[in-house]
Design a protein around this ligand. Structure first.
Ligand code: NA7
Length: 463
């Protein structure tokens, strides 16, 4: 925070990459990283208490401890549309974007998906392309990001208050540097509530969700936010039919990950943009010419899949991870992810899954969630070393209790009401519908992890 100068509220990818390289250089991390190395398998060998990690190039690495840091959203989901291979144009998934970029100039572009990524990509594509067709299955809320250069005052504040900012991220529900307001939407008079939403809309960003304390736990409170955003959409979008389709949202505000955007709804006022409702007229196949729905064929030069990811479990399960007795993680998680604290799976000793399912992860400010796990794992390894311990493994009863707790806290919120969210795995055909992240908040989770250690690593077997 002291050494790096961020340029704007939501810096773009090149700036973030520069920052990561700066961190890697400053802490001399590159000598510990093998680049271009995809792990295909990790098998635990019980006889020697070691993990054997295999890469796609055939190399094998042997380790006592294995920590996965594969991310929650790194497995692109390209829906299995019939005929995709026959498409004569080019197609891309937003999560596997070519580093050299894509030139949309003079092209007719189709984009499937209107989640966080789709709503951020649409305005940029529409500005460059001849024509953009957006295929929407589920209408979604979005709040303006209000991206802008950081003011000198804000930059100074960050430099002068790094400890306070860090402390705030440890004290707030989602690890953000801002507080969730204490007031309740249901107890605020309508006029005052409207003014609060207007101010939150004007400020923009994820902080909109923090306008009222009851927004994510009380449907009546959430309805007030949902109604406000829907009215905003209808006010922005000029064509009444398009406005109707965009604001016909069937789930509570922020029950799916709430997108923030730059001129998303405004984009539909452009003459070169068309919205197609693929809930009413589903996509049947991709033809050599473009996308076919039950109603029409849309000719395209480029097709963009903003169709999300196989979240949370996907990045882990695409590796062949096997624990004690050759048991596959895939089988243990057949009915949904099961682990203890999101950190360890019974039967997989010495394997830590940082920001795994069952931890706050995607419901939290991710770097804060990552830091908490890294610190916990680091302390655990240091403890084991000083105690001369060789093996740590989550106990089955602790794992079962934790899975119940993860379900329990999710059910106290409105989050499971969005039955098609990736939090539930619902975007991947055949994936078990289980609410995956821990929704009890980062503060409580941090305390639980701390208490587990204070009680001698309760729920773990240490040898
Ligand atoms: P999301 O939020 O999962 O959005 C994916 C979008 O793609 C969503 O609108 C889906 O509609 C749509 N989709 C997925 N499959 C299909 C098919 N087969 N047909 C039509 N439409 C489809 O992914 P994002 O990449 O936008 O965001 C992921 C996270 O990254 C985000 O939440 C942030 O945390 C950062 P659906 O809603 O399933 O009907």
């Amino acid at each position: 925070m002291r050494a790096w100068e961020w340029s704007e509220r939501y810096p773009g990818q090149p700036e973030i990459l520069r920052y990561l390289n700066y961190v890697a250089d400053r802490f001399d991390l590159n000598r510990n990283i093998l680049f271009r190395t995809r792990v295909t398998a990790a098998h635990y060998d019980e006889t020697v208490n070691r993990w054997r990690v295999r890469t796609e190039h055939g190399a094998t690495f042997v380790a006592k401890f294995l920590i996965t840091a594969v991310g929650c959203l790194s497995t692109a989901n390209v829906p299995a549309f019939e005929g995709l291979e026959s498409f004569a144009g080019a197609w891309y998934h937003t999560g596997q974007w070519p580093h050299e970029g894509v030139d949309f100039t003079g092209k007719r572009v189709g984009m499937i998906g209107t989640g966080s990524t789709g709503s951020q990509a649409a305005p940029v594509i529409a500005a460059a392309a001849t024509h953009l067709t957006v295929f929407q299955r589920t209408a979604n809320y979005s709040v303006p990001a209000r991206n802008a250069p950081l003011t000198p005052e804000f930059r100074r504040y960050v430099k002068e208050h790094p400890s306070e900012i860090r402390a705030a991220t440890h004290e707030t529900l989602n690890g953000m540097a801002f507080q969730i307001e204490e007031r309740l939407a249901v107890e605020t008079p309508p006029e005052e509530r409207e003014a609060i939403y207007e101010a939150a809309w004007a400020r923009g960003g994820l902080q909109f969700r923090a306008a009222f304390k009851d927004m994510m736990v009380d449907k009546a409170a959430n309805d007030t936010a949902a109604d406000f955003v829907k009215r905003k959409i209808r006010a922005v979008v000029q064509d009444p039919q398009t406005a109707g389709l965009l604001s016909d949202i069937d789930h509570p505000y922020a029950a799916k990950r709430p997108p923030i955007d730059t001129h998303y709804f405004e984009t539909f006022n452009r003459t070169n943009v068309l919205l197609v409702d693929v809930k009413a007229t589903p996509i049947t196949r991709i033809s050599p010419v473009g996308v076919c729905t039950t109603e029409a064929e849309y000719p395209l030069d480029i097709l963009v899949f903003a169709t999300g990811v196989d979240a949370m479990t996907g990045p882990l399960l695409r590796m062949d991870i096997r624990g004690r007795g050759g048991v596959a993680l895939q089988d243990v998680w057949e009915a949904g992810p099961r682990n203890y604290l999101g950190l360890q799976v019974a039967g997989f000793p010495n394997l830590f899954t940082s920001t795994g399912p069952g931890s706050p992860s995607v419901l939290c400010n991710m770097p804060v969630a990552i830091e908490q796990h890294v610190e916990w794992i680091t302390d655990c390894l240091a403890y084991m070393r000083t105690q001369g311990l060789e093996r740590i493994e989550a106990r089955l009863d602790a794992m079962d209790k934790w899975v119940a707790e993860v379900n329990d806290v999710a059910n106290k919120t409105l989050l499971p009401l969005a039955t098609h969210s990736w939090y539930l795995g619902a975007n991947i055909p055949g994936k078990p519908r289980v609410f995956m992240p821990y929704a009890g908040g980062m503060v409580r989770y941090r305390e639980i992890c701390r208490d587990v250690v204070a009680r001698g690593y309760e729920g773990f077997s240490l040898l």
